[in-house]
Design a protein. Structure first.
Length: 188
């Protein structure tokens, strides 16, 4: 089973926020207070619009014009990835969200595999990410997807900071790859 992942467009903004709000509500129901600070949504949407314009946000559409998931191939976050990490040696995953209706389809893991394919295409050895320091369930998820914890940073102005990476060569869901009609241009 293969699905097409495509670059997000400004027309996807409402569907992206719907995904995010659904994720916020699901996290809250699980007792995880993530993304719920006042003003967080507005800042997130502003950042998403920039990422969309720069071709960094990708979406997995469903048959009805909605979205099953999204992933952003971000720039290295200078609060976390230092010169000693060789920050230009990786694809950085951010804003990975899947629709609750797609639970059990391993879409998150398949998008991580796709990010690894992008890294391999760019001849980069790593896929990296950072997540909220107190979201241990999400940290376990990434460990189960082949990531290794690098370290935890705790800048006072950030809630994220649990950092992990996996080799770009790792493919956890080879039986159900995602394909894209375009190649991400990470140089933008």
């Amino acid at each position: 089973m293969s699905q097409l992942i495509r670059p997000a467009t400004p027309a996807d903004s409402d569907a992206l926020m719907k995904l995010r709000i659904q994720a916020e509500e699901w996290l809250a129901s699980a007792g995880i207070d993530q993304w719920r600070s006042p003003g967080f949504r507005d800042r997130a949407l502003s950042k998403w619009k920039i990422d969309i314009a720069e071709g960094r946000t990708w979406v997995l559409p469903d048959e009805d014009g909605g979205l099953l998931g999204t992933i952003t191939l971000a720039r290295p976050d200078a609060d976390f990835w230092m010169r000693a990490d060789s920050p230009d040696s990786a694809v950085y995953v951010a804003k990975l969200i899947t629709a609750r209706s797609s639970a059990g389809q391993q879409l998150g893991g398949r998008m991580l595999d796709w990010a690894g394919a992008v890294a391999r295409e760019q001849q980069l050895p790593w896929v990296r990410l950072d997540v909220w320091r107190d979201n241990t369930a999400l940290q376990r998820y990434y460990l189960n997807e082949g990531f290794e914890h690098v370290r935890t940073e705790a800048p006072p102005h950030r809630l994220s900071g649990w950092m992990a990476q996996r080799p770009a060569s790792v493919v956890m869901h080879a039986d159900a790859p995602l394909h894209s009609s375009d190649t991400p241009d990470l140089a933008r």
